[in-house]
Design a protein around this ligand. Structure first.
Ligand code: NAD
Length: 330
């Protein structure tokens, strides 16, 4: 199949070329993200391969369909950037990579917790300047603390296992509690209980209309003063302006985010020589107790291998008319 790969980075090309054995698929790589302005690039292709900040809104999907696209192959687990109803209405199938490496994202969430808590990023910089002082580097023991997990799907479960290993009390909220997690020691609670009782809260639910701004002013007001909030799911699960207010009030003690509401204008790009056109991220960066990474939770060798293999299999299954085990429907 002729596949237009959007938002290509060097590592996408490296891994897709390595696993596209026998050059089975004809892959053309575009650095541009897919949106209404770049959709013309897809003309003459059968499939578009997209990542998290490509925009599959109604207009773009209608234009993809008019250009002959029959398949959207997401190389991500999340699919909130695709209008699934528009895709179905235009006879375009959507496939994704549901679980390329839940541990990669879960381990990154833990990295954010450990860094924020023990301030290793600050210690690294201090030591490079021969500053061996410990002033202001004090952290807290994770052992015995209550960790609240929102969403115990594949990533949330991997995260729960790690935190149980640290000796934390793990409480969780999910509409569909996992029996396996209950047996492992996770205590499912009402959402308000998780807000109220947790020392650390980690978000692992998808972005859906019901989870949009799930963490807002009201939720912050229910949390323990000085709580740590970690988001490696999708930026808009947190109302960023409310998070900034909670940081200013010291209600929110630490914020670690791998995802950000307006990330498509910033993340995966080197803007170091430019003026960053986003005052909200500039404010967040200014807090000493905020740690931001640029959507790198997925970014391990193992995950990149899985993403390339599963995406190429999804495309090949579609080409052969086989059942699409990773299809996403509205
Ligand atoms: P999953 O589908 O296995 O699990 C999601 C869980 O969230 C499910 O158990 C579901 O019941 C639960 N859920 C749904 N609505 C909820 C709600 N309102 N409140 C609480 N829980 C709710 O997905 P996953 O593979 O664990 O991935 C979770 C999310 O992580 C993805 O949707 C994606 O947005 C994000 N993600 C981020 C990265 C990254 O690099 N940072 C990488 C992959 C995925």
């Amino acid at each position: 199949m002729k596949v237009a790969v959007f938002s290509t980075k060097s590592y996408d090309k490296e891994y897709f070329d390595r696993f596209n054995t026998g050059q089975r698929q004809h892959l053309t790589y575009f650095e541009a993200a897919l949106n209404a302005d770049t959709v013309t690039l897809a003309k003459g292709y059968d499939c578009v391969c997209l990542f998290v900040n490509d925009k599959g809104d109604k207009e773009t999907i209608e234009r993809l369909s008019a250009s002959g696209i029959k398949l959207i192959a997401l190389r991500s687990a999340g699919f909130n950037n695709i209008d699934l109803e528009a895709a179905a209405g235009n006879h375009i199938k959507v496939v994704r990579v549901p679980a390329y490496s839940p541990e990669a994202v879960a381990e990154h969430a833990v990295a954010l917790i450990l860094t924020l808590n023990r301030k290793t990023h600050k210690a690294y910089n201090r030591i490079r300047e021969s500053n061996f002082s410990l002033e202001k580097l004090v952290g807290f023991n994770l052992h015995g603390k209550t960790v609240g997990v929102i969403g115990t799907g594949k990533i949330g479960q991997a995260f729960c296992r790690i935190m149980l290993g640290f000796g934390c009390k793990v409480i969780a909220y999910d509409k569909f509690p996992s029996e396996e997690m209950k047996k492992a020691g996770v205590d499912y609670r009402a959402l308000d209980d998780v807000w109220q009782q947790s020392d650390i809260i980690s978000l692992h639910c998808p972005l859906l209309p019901e989870t949009y701004h799930l963490v807002d002013k009201k939720a912050f007001s229910k949390m323990k003063k000085g709580v740590m909030l970690i988001n490696s799911s999708r930026g808009a699960v947190i109302n960023t302006l409310d998070a900034i207010d909670a940081l200013k009030d010291e209600q929110l003690g630490y914020l670690g985010i791998d995802v950000y509401e307006q990330e498509e204008k910033l993340f995966f790009k080197d803007l170091s020589e430019l003026i960053v056109p986003d005052d909200m991220i500039a404010r967040l960066i200014s807090f000493p107790n905020v740690l931001i990474t640029s959507h790198q939770g997925f970014f391990t060798r193992e995950a990149l291998e899985q993403i390339a293999t599963v995406t190429l299999k999804n495309i090949s299954d579609f080409e052969k008319g086989l059942p699409l085990e990773n299809e996403v429907r509205s």
